[in-house]
Design a protein around this ligand. Structure first.
Ligand code: FAD
Length: 288
């Protein structure tokens, strides 16, 4: 597979730098082709401004989405943005790697998303009508590809658990996993998170690196997070609300957007029946 790793840490000798090197080495050993966008080393421009749209006349008001769409369709985006888009189209797998800073990605990486995800490329794609609301959330330019996060935190795993003070890690990462990766079509793998890393010793590093290498070996086979597809029938259009009766009645917030096992199985049933014969799904009488 072709893998693009977008790396957002200012120090190559950091823990993140060492983990990136371990991941890249393991991917190479597995025969994958790897490209790295090292944003600090590239001196990536993180803010969106007029300079991103050279064809905009000086007196016209900057409306970012409109300018982005016009520049994208005219092939007039800046060269740095076009190069990153080309890498995204090239890669079968996208990995975003960063230390958690203020419960989010570092600004330089957010700025990479803001600029590279142009209108017409990552959003504003597909038709809007009473059956479809564009190609997004499971469909879009990057559909059929996989993506995952590699994240390090100072906080402990317990601090990010269901009742932890920081909030559950899956909730904190939802805007990235669902809003940035699933939105333009990626199948999103569960994130790799290394907790409580600030005083990691060498033995601790080896254990984290081993876990990461294992995730790199299973990139192609790890099941993605079962997010619901926007146009798959689970949502009312155009209100985009989950249909009543779907989802875990006890789920709150972001949890609604995960399909339950039983729903996933129901959708797969026709395919499984065709391959394995009628009734092949009914292996377990107790489905969640
Ligand atoms: P480094 O500082 O480079 O290294 C961490 C430790 O790993 C060091 O002790 C280092 O010696 C050791 N190490 C062991 N082996 C190696 C090796 N082979 N190579 C390199 N280092 C090694 N945390 C949260 O949980 N939530 C937050 O919201 C949050 N916000 C933050 C905001 C800011 C602005 C900053 C600066 C930090 C924040 N943190 C937060 C903490 C942050 O997430 C961690 O400091 C970060 O994840 C550590 O990763 P690093 O690559 O910078 O580690």
């Amino acid at each position: 597979m072709k893998v693009l790793l977008v790396f957002a840490h200012p120090e190559p000798r950091s823990l993140n730098g060492a983990l990136r090197d371990a991941a890249v080495k393991e991917l190479g050993t597995q025969g994958h082709e790897v490209r790295v966008s090292d944003l600090y080393a590239m001196r990536w421009k993180s803010e969106v401004d007029r300079a991103d749209f050279p064809s905009l006349t000086p007196d016209s008001r900057l409306k970012v989405a409109a300018a982005s769409g016009e520049a994208f369709s005219a092939n007039a985006l800046t060269q740095d943005v076009k190069a990153e888009q080309e890498k995204l189209l090239w890669a079968d797998v996208l990995i975003l790697q960063f230390p958690l800073w203020w419960y989010a990605m570092p600004a330089i990486l957010k700025g990479w998303v803001d600029r590279v995800y142009a209108y017409g490329f990552a959003y504003g794609v597909g038709e809007h009508n009473d059956k479809r609301w564009g190609d997004r959330f499971g469909e879009g330019t990057l559909a059929g590809k996989r993506a995952m996060l590699i994240v390090t935190t100072g906080g402990w795993e317990e601090h990010y658990s269901a009742r932890g003070i920081n909030g559950p890690i899956d909730d904190l990462l939802f805007p990235i996993n669902h809003g940035i990766l699933f939105y333009p079509g990626y199948d999103v793998l569960p994130p790799f998170v290394a907790y409580r890393v600030d005083r990691l010793d060498q033995a601790g590093f080896e254990s984290v690196a081993d876990r990461l290498r294992e995730r790199m070996r299973t990139l192609a086979t790890t099941p993605p997070i079962p997010y619901r597809r926007q146009n798959g029938g689970d949502y009312l259009i155009p209100s985009m609300q989950l249909r009543s009766g779907l989802g875990d009645p006890n789920a709150t917030g972001f949890g609604h957007h995960l399909a339950r096992n039983a729903e996933v199985l129901d959708k797969a049933r026709p395919i499984i029946d065709e391959v394995l014969g009628p009734g092949a799904c009914e292996v377990s009488p107790t489905r969640p």
